[in-house]
Design a protein around this ligand. Structure first.
Ligand code: FES
Length: 604
């Protein structure tokens, strides 16, 4: 098969590409991650590249749909639609690259006594003799004080005789329930994982003290198959081989984080005996290699929802050979174990004479409502706008993204991540921008831009507000908020506000009875709650009643790693939460339509 070389603006090293592969495929194989929402189907227009030299296949209909005439004239193509016909020189524009993202790993800790699930026991044994010919395992088990130990991990049993003799009959055992799962490692460590659709977080935990020793965040390697979960469901549904590809991608991410944490902390993988994993239902199923077909079709039924306790090696996860992976229970098709972990970590059911609301904002926003009688959970389709998608110059929370906006004397003042020149606007920035546009009068209650307002101009696509001028930006272009950006955010905020109203209705309460709103998750950690109230995404309550707690799901995953009781509590939560299907709720359409407007009473 003939191959060509591609030189990009990122490196002098050539990337090799097979004649029949797309340029996107070649980038993915070479570890160059470029943005994709649609998983390479030519439907999102995110994987733009510029062909500087060389010949490529003719422009496709998808590209004609996704690119403007001006872009086509400038030589812009979609990497997923373009194949090489010769060696190439390709420029990857900054906005097409997946840059290092702001990854949320911290979460507000709660104090819970460690109740270790894994135990270490040191033994010094007399070697066998002709008068004491007990089998090696019997000799070990007879000397363990813990009576319930009855068996040994099957793979470990094949090596036990050699290990005992190599160690001179003095060794440390790792015990889990009634089983010996390891011999040799003396430190009691575990890891907790929060596997989001875009981001992964991992925590290294001392299982004896419950202390978190280190944490890292990674981009989910599945992102190259499509940023949104729906693309991944469609990809996995195409054939079993593709589902397996996605499974391997997430395992690769988990193993990568294990390797990094081990390296950073100078420990061996064999020291990690237990891990816990939380995530949304699709990520959970993809990790286990379960079919996701029915998660993509109404009524969105998961294969199973019970917690799973399995040998990590059976999943391909690289820890102690006999170690276990514990997956928290799910609630339903759209409410995963990350939600259970969030409820657990925020203790949402405590102090609830009034209503406490726990909310994790994302493409799907999950919300839990707790009062003294019950917990109700629902999910609303808030869409990817807060992730920067569907926004003309939207980007993720990467260096240079506008993350805060103020309008002072009719002039916008923007802050960016890392104080870099602006390259686009991320979720927290667009939320601020719309709140400020409304407060300053640049948009009306329906979100319509007012042409007479300074910085509002008319372009070929309609009205837009200039946030950053070309000369001040990092992309040699103006950065604007377009009328359609505003509509996308209003749709997203309406979905969330409608979800809150429906949840409150379901437990027979109203806005005045809210005792607290706890916002968790990466996006929620960075938003300005005041802006969220100004645009009517959150009810108008005292700002002091809103608490941003960071990655609560990650905290929940750590709680079930260090304590047996927390594991039981997580299962009780999953069994007792009542799931409400928002879109078939009789009041949904009415409430959603009402929530599209910006609040009548402006919050100054
Ligand atoms: S258009 Fe290429 S990845 Fe979506």
């Amino acid at each position: 098969m003939s191959r060509f070389n591609i030189i990009t603006n990122l490196s002098r090293e050539a990337i090799h590409v097979d004649k029949d592969s797309s340029i996107m495929q070649a980038f993915t194989d070479a570890g160059v991650e470029i943005t994709s929402i649609c998983g390479g189907k030519g439907k999102c227009g995110r994987c733009k590249i510029i062909i500087r030299e060389g010949r490529v296949t003719p422009i496709t209909n998808n590209e004609k749909d996704m690119l403007s005439t001006e872009e086509i004239e400038r030589g812009i193509r979609l990497a997923c639609q373009t194949k090489p016909l010769s060696d190439l020189k390709v420029e990857i524009p900054l906005e097409s690259l997946i840059l290092s993202q702001r990854l949320q790993t911290e979460g507000e800790e709660i104090k819970v006594e460690a109740e270790p699930i894994i135990h270490k026991v040191f033994l010094r044994l007399d070697p066998p003799t002709l008068s004491d010919p007990r089998p090696d395992l019997t000799r070990v088990i007879n000397n363990i004080n813990e009576k319930e130990i009855k068996r040994i991990d099957f793979i470990l049993s094949k090596n036990i005789s050699n290990i005992l003799r190599e160690k001179g009959w003095a060794f440390t055992l790792t015990l889990y329930g009634d089983e010996i799962i390891g011999i040799g490692s003396e430190i009691n460590l575990g890891m907790a994982f929060d596997i989001g659709s875009t981001k992964l977080a991992a925590y290294l935990v001392d299982l004896d003290t419950g202390r978190t020793l280190d944490a890292i965040g990674f981009i989910n390697p599945q992102v190259s198959y499509g940023d949104d979960i729906v693309s991944r469901i469609s990809y996995a549904m195409e054939e079993e081989k593709k589902r397996e590809e996605l499974r391997r991608a997430i395992i690769k991410g988990i193993n990568g984080m294990i390797a990094s944490l081990c390296r950073r902390n100078k420990i061996e993988k064999e020291d990690i005996s237990n891990i816990t994993i939380v995530g949304n239902t699709v990520m959970h199923h993809l990790l286990l290699g379960l079919p996701v077909r029915h998660l993509g079709l109404a009524p969105y039924i998961p294969v199973l929802k019970e917690s799973q306790d399995i040998k990590a090696r059976d999943l391909g996860i690289d820890i102690m050979r006999g170690g276990y992976a514990y997956l928290l229970p799910l609630i339903g098709g759209y409410i995963g174990s990350d939600h259970v972990a969030m409820i657990l970590a925020t203790r949402l059911w405590e102090n609830r004479k009034k209503v406490r609301i726990g909310i994790d904002i994302g493409t799907n926003t999950e919300i839990a409502f707790a009062d003294e009688k019950k917990i109700v959970s629902l999910s609303c389709a808030s869409g990817p706008a807060f992730e920067g998608y569907g926004i003309k110059q939207g980007v993720k929370a990467v260096s240079g993204a506008i993350d805060g906006v103020k309008i002072e004397d009719n002039d916008p003042v923007c802050s960016t991540i890392d104080n870099k020149p602006a390259i686009g606007i991320c979720g927290s920035g667009i939320l601020d921008a719309i709140a400020e546009l409304y407060t300053s009068g640049a948009i009306n209650e329906k979100g319509r831009l007012q042409e007479s307002f300074p910085s509002v101009r008319r372009s070929s696509e309609g009205l837009e507000f200039i946030l950053v001028k070309k000369e001040d930006s990092g992309i040699n272009n103006d950065i604007v908020v377009s009328q359609s950006d505003i509509s996308s955010i209003l749709l997203a905020k309406a979905a969330i506000r409608a979800g809150i109203s429906i949840g409150l209705k379901e437990i027979g309460r109203d806005d005045n009875e809210i005792k607290e709103i706890v916002i968790s998750g990466a996006f929620g950690s960075y938003i300005n709650p005041e802006s969220a109230i100004k645009i009517g995404m959150l009810p108008k309550i005292d700002l002091r009643l809103i608490k941003q707690v960071g990655n609560a799901a990650g905290v929940g995953a750590r709680l079930v790693l260090i304590s047996k009781s927390e594991r039981e509590l997580a299962n009780t939560i999953a069994d007792n939460v009542r799931y409400v299907e928002t879109c078939i709720h009789p009041d949904f359409t009415k409430i959603f339509a009402r929530s599209m407007f910006l609040p009548k009473t402006k919050v100054e």
